[in-house]
Design a protein around this ligand. Structure first.
Ligand SMILES: [Zn+2]
Length: 103
């Protein structure tokens, strides 16, 4: 008789426990670990590329744009110019990887 009662308890509580556990275990979720990269983006017309500042998650590869409009100081002038060349981008961000991005 006592065994019978135990089985009732088992049926009622184990499934609840299991479903609760399932909710808390999310294997695919992680905190994105972003590192900054330079995105090399093909011009939509003509040839060549322009460069943007982006970030990429080390774990899943998710990318986000940080700055669409990089600019470079114009020597001897009080303003900046958009669309720096690859050399200028490397001068500004010597430690970042350059990654081809299709946007
Ligand atoms: Zn991620």
């Amino acid at each position: 008789m006592s065994r019978y009662i135990y089985e009732d308890w088992d049926d009622e509580f184990i499934p609840k426990y299991k479903s609760k556990k399932k909710k808390t275990v999310k294997k695919s979720s992680h905190k994105h670990e972003y590192e900054e990269i330079i995105g090399e983006v093909p011009h939509s017309y003509g040839e060549g590329f322009y460069y943007i500042l982006a970030k990429e998650c080390r774990i899943c590869g998710k990318r986000e744009v940080v700055n669409w409009f990089l600019s470079v100081k114009v020597e001897g002038k009080p303003y900046h110019r958009l669309f720096p060349s690859l050399d200028e981008v490397i001068d500004m961000y010597p430690n970042l990887r350059i990654v081809r991005m299709e946007l």
